[in-house]
Write a protein that binds this ligand. Structure first.
Ligand SMILES: Cc1ncc(COP(=O)(O)O)c(C=O)c1O
Length: 375
């Protein structure tokens, strides 16, 4: 069966994409600036302005950004970080790589994000930070988590990798606590031409540490004097040059994604309870992926594939049941909502260049599965 609605349509994605990538390469090739130079600084300034952060620090990717940030906060052995049992692995692996302990807490079934009450219950005297993640098109109760972090005197680090441009309760994603991190992975709403990321914070000292730690512990401009044992987590100028083309259009990209999500929402809402859509209210959210909770998810996915529609499972296994975290000693049943989501979650095709009628085609195929021949 040929694919009629691809999950990503890279081939037809953004008509100006190729020209802008070539433009970025040419601009850098004609200069002697390759890494952490003027284009990176310009991108940092634009992200700082967009988010209202005092500091934006460009990094090689969001995972690296989280790692550097945790190092800058001095987190390590003996420390605990409360983090969701259902997320992309970076939210927890970065904690583990620092020698600290990721303490999983269950997530909310509607948002798939860290549950506030569960986060509170998971805190101990060793908790040094809360590390929630924005997922798909949703977000945790950031206002509640910020209040909890403040009440308990711990850091709040936002894995807002997927959420640049979103606001929650009127505040930009990434701006609720100590620091936030964004990803420019190509599939993200503001995707780069490769890996790239950004850390944002208002804290001068933390920003200085992050700047050093992303660059081998050196102060910018002073080579081979290493104040700290750091990382190589730098953004290159080609990435920054391309992202300088994209960033001014963030609202346009987010708007196109929101409209697709809203159309899915309208068409799929009647299929409850077999299929549950994400929470309503897209006005201020950044839609990275459109993830529904589906009964008989794997059969639905196979049915869609048979109709030429690509759907993807985000995420098939919760973090506490990943082999990488077996050493933490968790068992099935520890985080029931995360486990349920791993069985139900299905991401439908969503990208700004979907053709008219694509969403209707996907929705009709899903309806046939639950109401018609696929039953
Ligand atoms: C929730 C979340 N956190 C972190 C990351 C990591 O971002 P990067 O690929 O830039 O390291 C991703 C990327 O998929 C993500 O979805």
């Amino acid at each position: 069966m040929t694919t009629t609605v691809p999950y990503h349509d890279w081939e037809n994605r953004y008509q100006d994409w190729t020209e802008q990538v070539l433009d970025a390469v040419r601009a850098v090739a004609d200069s002697d600036e390759f890494i952490l130079k003027s284009r990176v600084a310009a991108l940092e300034a634009q992200v700082a302005e967009r988010t209202g952060a005092k500091h934006a620090i460009a990094v090689a990717n969001a995972t690296g950004g989280l790692t550097v940030l945790l190092a800058a906060l001095g987190l390590g052995e003996g420390d605990e970080v409360v983090t969701p049992a259902f997320s992309f692995i970076s939210t927890a692996s970065t904690v583990a790589l620092r020698g600290a302990k990721p303490v999983f807490a269950d997530v909310d079934h509607d948002t798939a994000c860290l549950d506030l009450a569960a986060a509170r219950a998971a805190m101990t005297s060793r908790t040094k930070a809360l590390l929630p993640a924005y997922l798909f098109s949703t977000h945790p109760d950031m206002t509640g988590l910020a209040a909890l972090a403040q009440e308990r005197g711990v850091a709040l680090i936002e894995d807002s990798a997927v959420a640049l441009g979103a606001t929650v309760d009127g505040r930009p994603a990434g701006r609720f606590g100590t620091a936030g991190v964004f990803s420019f992975f190509p599939a993200k709403p503001i995707g780069g031409a490769g890996d790239a990321g950004m850390v944002v914070t208002d804290d001068d000292e933390l920003a200085r540490e992050v700047r050093m730690l992303r660059n081998h512990g050196q102060d910018l401009g002073v080579r081979f004097l290493h104040h700290k044992v750091g990382y190589n987590c730098r953004m290159d100028e080609i990435s920054a040059a391309f992202l300088l083309h994209r960033l001014p259009r963030l609202d346009e990209f987010l708007g196109a994604r929101r409209r697709i999500a809203e159309e899915y929402q309208e068409r799929l809402a009647p299929l409850a309870p077999e299929l549950l859509t994400p929470p309503d209210g897209y006005d201020h959210r950044a839609v990275y992926t459109y993830v529904v909770r589906a009964r008989r998810r794997d059969a639905l996915r196979a049915h869609l594939a048979a109709e030429g529609i690509e759907a993807v499972v985000y995420y098939p296994r919760p973090l506490h049941l990943q082999p990488a975290f077996a050493y933490l000693g968790h068992a099935k049943g520890d985080f029931p909502v995360a486990e349920r989501l791993a069985e139900e979650a299905l991401a439908l095709p969503l990208h700004p260049d979907m053709r008219p009628g694509d969403v209707a085609r996907v929705a009709a195929a899903i309806e046939r599965f639950y109401r018609g021949a696929g039953r």
